[in-house]
Design a protein around this ligand. Structure first.
Ligand SMILES: Cc1cc2nc3c(=O)[nH]c(=O)nc-3n(C[C@H](O)[C@H](O)[C@H](O)COP(=O)(O)OP(=O)(O)OC[C@H]3O[C@@H](n4cnc5c(N)ncnc54)[C@H](O)[C@@H]3O)c2cc1C
Length: 477
């Protein structure tokens, strides 16, 4: 097994292990291992557990909450845990944790024509293990749901190094309790109210859930996800994607009308003002169409006839709102859709690049963003509150994301320490407002290290203690 130790040596030779896309600074560790198989991984986990060394699991480090950034202890990287295999079921493939989403899709194209794996959290270099550990979502989650729905079986190494296989449907909690041959009796903490549907804050808790759902989204706290059986689904006949450039009023109306039109929408995304001018300024690129908001949508269709109907409906909705066809950028083939996706991806990428530059000059600066979500019907009202908080902070910001799921991200760009504090206060205020509306402080990125303090806004101390107790009881198995 590739293994190395020494804090200074790792800093110099493997700096990549000490950072993720959050630009959180201060990462350090005394040892790092890159197991290639289950035996090597189990041995390393067991050693860390016996020597009481805190362990951080590191996937592709595309996370933006610092979850994979070690603060001491040891790191286990899943980079060399590779392999994709078919299973006896045509729509299920077995994938090792270190495979990227890109390679999963490539495999599907090659070996499973007609099928695809729906979770697509924008950053396709993310590892399969990391996306399961954070229950990642993305634009297409509007139609297909988050990663959780697409996992049929997990092979997990508990923090002690013991391996367990969890197959969906095999072990089910009943009123918050479950007896499992390897894990013993597990009691779920009681929550005052059910967690929101789109949620990645804290362990997933529902009194009658499947055991597998506790491990999905557990952010490495319950062990190492070694391998997963991913469920594939049929590709639609065609996907038509559009970016509609419009003003704010038109945006909200079009969003409402698209939902009401009952089209088979795959995604309903937004870039709010001033995202476009921010992008032009920082990338030098210009964009077709006029207007300072962009609504992105994709429609899955199952026949040529459906495609024509969907296009006619969209055309009619645009005409009613006075949006000229010139302000719409459509993508029907794979290349055009890829361009649209790249355009959508450019915004978070550009913010991350700027933050990374600022952080190299001032190590206190890191990614400051919100991952809050509310019920989709409350989004417009919530956006107005968000915007007021952001304006009052005086810190440069952009807002974009998954408008169809009530989930818009604010990304703030603080230039100095005083702005950093204001940005952090704004993020906390925005999170409080989401909780007031029954929403979540983190809908898809997980809380990692940066957002962990927000959990107390959403859960009582008793609920948080219950989650900690659950982690401890599984860690001792
Ligand atoms: C430009 C950009 C856009 C993004 N857009 C989205 C988006 O739309 N939706 C979304 O959900 N996310 C998004 N992300 C965040 C990120 O891609 C996801 O959180 C992804 O799931 C992280 O995967 P990773 O392999 O990089 O995990 P890492 O960052 O390496 O780790 C994330 C967490 O999972 C744990 N972990 C990793 N692997 C394992 C494992 N095998 N077993 C147990 N625990 C593990 C780590 O300890 C850590 O706590 C975006 C990121 C970027 C850079």
């Amino acid at each position: 097994m590739k293994f190395t130790k020494g804090t200074r040596f790792i800093q110099e030779e493997h700096p990549e292990l000490l950072k993720d896309e959050s630009s959180l600074s201060g990462g350090n560790c005394q040892a790092a291992a890159w197991p290639e198989n289950e035996t090597e991984a189990a041995e390393f986990l067991k050693e860390c557990c016996e020597d009481c060394v805190p362990l951080t699991i590191s996937g592709a480090r595309t996370g933006i909450t610092g979850g994979a950034v070690p603060m001491g202890g040891a790191v286990l990287s899943t980079d060399l845990l590779k392999g994709i295999l078919p299973t006896s079921r045509a729509n299920i493939i077995r994938v090792r944790a270190g495979e990227t989403l890109d390679s999963v899709q490539e495999y599907c194209k090659r070996e499973k024509p007609g099928l695809f794996y729906p979770p697509d959290p924008t950053e396709t270099t993310a590892s399969t293990g990391g996306t399961i550990a954070t229950n990642a979502s993305g634009a297409a989650s509007y139609r297909y749901g988050s990663t959780r729905k697409w996992i049929d079986r997990l092979s997990v190494l508990l923090p002690s190094g013991t391996d367990i296989i969890i197959k969906r449907g095999e072990y089910q909690f009943s009123r918050g309790k479950l007896c499992h041959p390897g894990l013993g009796t597990i009691n779920l903490p009681e929550l005052k109210k059910p967690q929101p549907i789109k949620n990645a804050a804290g362990l997933h808790i529902a009194p009658d859930m499947d055991l597998i759902d506790l491990f999905i989204g557990s952010e490495g706290k319950l062990g190492l996800i070694l391998e997963a059986d991913l469920i594939l689904t049929e590709k639609p006949y065609a996907v038509a994607s559009f970016a509609v450039f419009c003003d704010e009023n038109q945006f909200w109306k079009l969003r409402r009308d698209l939902v009401n039109a009952n089209l088979p929408l795959r995604e309903l995304e937004a870039m709010a003002d001033p995202s476009l001018s921010f992008l032009s300024r920082n990338t030098g690129k210009t964009f077709p169409g006029r207007g300072n908001w962009v609504l992105f949508t994709s429609i899955d269709v199952d026949s040529e006839e459906n495609l024509d109907t969907a296009l006619e409906t969209l055309e009619m909705l645009l005409e009613e709102l006075g949006i000229s066809p010139d302000n719409t950028w459509g993508g029907f083939d794979e290349m055009e859709r890829k361009r649209l996706k790249e355009f959508r991806h450019l915004l978070p990428e550009t913010v991350n690049r700027i933050i990374s530059g600022l952080s190299s000059k001032n190590s206190r600066i890191h990614k400051i963003s919100t991952d809050t979500a509310v019920h989709p019907e409350q989004l417009r009202e919530y956006y107005c509150t968000m915007k007021t908080i952001l304006r009052n902070s005086g810190v440069e910001h952009v807002v974009f994301g998954h408008s169809g799921q009530g989930h818009l991200h604010a990304n703030l760009i603080p230039e100095d320490n005083s702005q950093l504090e204001k940005a952090e206060q704004a993020v906390e205020q925005i999170a409080k407002e989401a909780v007031k509306l029954g929403g979540t402080v983190s809908a898809e990125h997980g809380t990692g290290k940066l957002k962990a303090p927000l959990l107390r806004l959403m859960y009582s101390q008793k609920e948080l203690d219950g989650m900690d107790l659950l982690v401890k009881s599984i860690s001792s198995c």
